[in-house]
Design a protein around this ligand. Structure first.
Ligand code: HPA
Length: 266
C-alpha cells in the first residue's frame, strides 16, 4: 500500500474528499467527472490489475457536483486470485489520500422477490460468506483497531441522505442486506434459498471486503447494488454475465442521477 500511496501522492493534482467505486457495467459514470486526471492502474506501482470484463481499470481524479472526487473504475475481486489484502488496497489508498466518505457500487443478484432486474438497492447490512476477512493477520494499528465494530458499517447518516435524495429526484431506491460470496461461479438455486433464509436480499462477489477495511479506518461507507439479474432459480433462466453487464448499462443513467444528487449533501 505504501508504494501505491507514495506514487499517487506525487502525481495527483487534487486530493479527493469522496471516493466512488464502480461495479460491473457502471464504468461510464466516470465520464461525468470534470477536470479529470485519469490514471490507468498499470501505471500505479503495487496496484492490483482488474481482469473482470466490464471493469475499466483506472482512477479518475476530478470534480463532480462541486466535490473533489476520485472514481475507481474497476476493482480487484477475490475470485480473480488476488489476496484479500490486494482486494482492499485500492480503497485503503483512496482513504489515505483523503476520502472520508466512500460510495461503493456493485452488480448483484436479486434474492428478495420484491426486487426486479434493474432495481437500485441501498445496502443496509451484509453477510460475509467469502471465507476471508481483510483484517486477518497482525493488526496495523495505524489503520484502525484490532476488533472494529460493524454495527453501523453502512453509515445510517449516509443511508438517510441517500433515501431522501432518491425520493426527491424520483429514483426508486430499495433497501436490502447483501451477501458476499467468493464466486466466480454464480450460486445454485439451493444456495439462493439458503441465502434467503439467513436474511439476504442480494448476492454478489464484492463490496464487503472494502466495507470492512474502510470501517476499520473510520471511513463512512454508503453502498448501492444494481440488481442486474434475479438470483439463480428465481426465474427459469440461466444467469449470463452479458445480461449482468447489459442491465448495468440500462440503469447507468439513473445511477448517475442518484450519485449526483447525493454528492452535494455529503
Ligand atoms: N450472483 C452473484 N454475483 C452477481 C450476480 C449473481 O446473481 N449478479 C451480479 N453479480
Amino acid at each position: 500500500m505504501t508504494e501505491s500511496l507514495a506514487w499517487l501522492k506525487s502525481r495527483i493534482d487534487a486530493f479527493p474528499e469522496i471516493a466512488i467505486v464502480l461495479g460491473s457495467g457502471l464504468g461510464p459514470i466516470a465520464d461525468a467527472v470534470t477536470d479529470a486526471q485519469v490514471i490507468p492502474y498499470e501505471e500505479i506501482p503495487g496496484w492490483p490489475r482488474s481482469t473482470a470484463q466490464g471493469h475499466a481499470g483506472k482512477l479518475i481524479f476530478g470534480t463532480l457536483e462541486g466535490r473533489r472526487v476520485v472514481v475507481m473504475s474497476g476493482r480487484a475481486h477475490f475470485y480473480e486470485g488476488h489476496s484479500i489484502d490486494q482486494v482492499v488496497l485500492g480503497v485503503r489508498v483512496l482513504a489515505r489520500l483523503g476520502a472520508r466518505q466512500v460510495m461503493l457500487t456493485n452488480a448483484a443478484g436479486g434474492i428478495n422477490l420484491t426486487f426486479h432486474r434493474g432495481a437500485l438497492v441501498l445496502i443496509t447490512d451484509h453477510i460475509n460468506l467469502q471465507g476471508a476477512n481483510p483484517l486477518r493477520g497482525a493488526n496495523d494499528n495505524s489503520l484502525g483497531p484490532r476488533f472494529p465494530d460493524m454495527t453501523f458499517c453502512y453509515s445510517p447518516r449516509l443511508r438517510e441522505l441517500a433515501l431522501a435524495q432518491a425520493s426527491r429526484i424520483g429514483v426508486p431506491l430499495h433497501q436490502g442486506v447483501y451477501a458476499c460470496l467468493q464466486g466466480p461461479s454464480y450460486e445454485t438455486p439451493a444456495e439462493i434459498r439458503y441465502l434467503r433464509i439467513i436474511g439476504a436480499d442480494l448476492v454478489g462477489m464484492s463490496t464487503v471486503p472494502e466495507t470492512i477495511a474502510l470501517n476499520h479506518m473510520g471511513v463512512e461507507v454508503m453502498a448501492f447494488s444494481c440488481v442486474t439479474n434475479m438470483a439463480a432459480g428465481i426465474t427459469n433462466e440461466k444467469i449470463d454475465h452479458e445480461e449482468v453487464l447489459e442491465t448495468g448499462r440500462q440503469v447507468r443513467e439513473q445511477f448517475i442521477r442518484l450519485i449526483r444528487a447525493v454528492l452535494p449533501s455529503l
